[in-house]
Ligand binder design. Structure first.
Ligand SMILES: Nc1ncnc2c1ncn2[C@@H]1O[C@H](COP(=O)(O)OP(=O)(O)OP(=O)(O)O)[C@@H](O)[C@H]1O
Length: 228
């Protein structure tokens, strides 16, 4: 990474799905530890931008650099390994493995990176405590409330000490009280661990928890003034 280069840097991103232009020359820079809200109308390209930044979707044109390396230049295996090691994900729903308990779900990313069972369980439990959901440790995702499930998902995203958490409408299925608490916990825990957060949301009160808001319109993000 060259001196002064942001942790995540995208420029000139274009992505179409058939005739639909989802990204039209999009660029964005995210600094280490920065919490950025990505907002904008439905269909403006927010999720596509997040997927390109995370290396899940390959753009038709443009570049995404993470820690000084261009994601699209990495072989698939290396990109997957990097995603597992450095990135965490929180989606609106459905990201927890239904057959595993909540504790096992949080321990899973650690087990996948070779952490021993006992240590993985201990670290997972500490994260459930931090997210105030130890009571669901032994339950399966289908047996817990939406808010509890999202807290478990946040714990799972951060347990590996991810450097970037990508969150796509993490509170979209929650009532406003639960939604705000999950945002608080997600951004608070990310700040403690130094993780950057790219947060796609419609939550109007999100500004209070973010360093910066970016609004996507017609496939291009525009920076609002830094949130004070
Ligand atoms: N896999 C896909 N196949 C076809 N079209 C897609 C696909 N993904 C996105 N699109 C289209 O690309 C455009 C941008 O979609 P995207 O999901 O990025 O927007 P968004 O801003 O996240 O929307 P929302 O707020 O409704 O989630 C939309 O017109 C959408 O229909």
């Amino acid at each position: 990474m060259t001196a002064g280069e942001p942790l995540l840097l995208a420029s000139g991103l274009r992505k179409s799905f058939g005739p639909t232009v989802a990204l039209d020359g999009a660029g964005i820079a995210i600094g280490a530890g920065e919490v950025v809200a990505v907002m904008g109308p439905s269909g403006s390209g927010k999720s596509t931008l997040l997927h390109c930044l995370a290396g899940i979707v390959r753009p038709d044109a443009g570049t995404v650099r993470y820690a000084g390396r261009e994601l699209s230049a990495l072989p698939d295996r290396e990109r997957s390994a990097l995603r597992r090691r450095d990135f965490g994900f929180v989606f609106q729903f459905g990201q927890l493995v239904p057959e595993l308990t909540c504790l096992e779900n949080v321990a899973l990313p650690l087990r996948l990176t070779g952490v021993r069972r006992k240590e993985a369980r201990d670290r997972a439990l500490a994260w459930l405590e931090r997210l105030e959901v130890t009571e669901v440790a032994g339950q399966r995702p289908g047996e817990v409330s939406g808010g509890q499930g999202q807290r478990v998902a946040v714990a799972r995203a951060l347990v590996t000490r991810a450097r970037v958490v990508f969150a796509d409408e993490p509170t979209g299925a929650l009532d406003s009280l639960n939604g705000e608490r999950v945002l608080q916990l997600l951004t608070g825990a990310a700040r403690e661990t130094g993780a950057a957060v790219v947060l796609v949301t419609h939550e109007a009160r999100v500004a209070a928890y973010c360093d910066r808001e970016v609004v996507v319109r017609d496939g291009r993000p525009r920076d609002l003034a830094a949130v004070t």
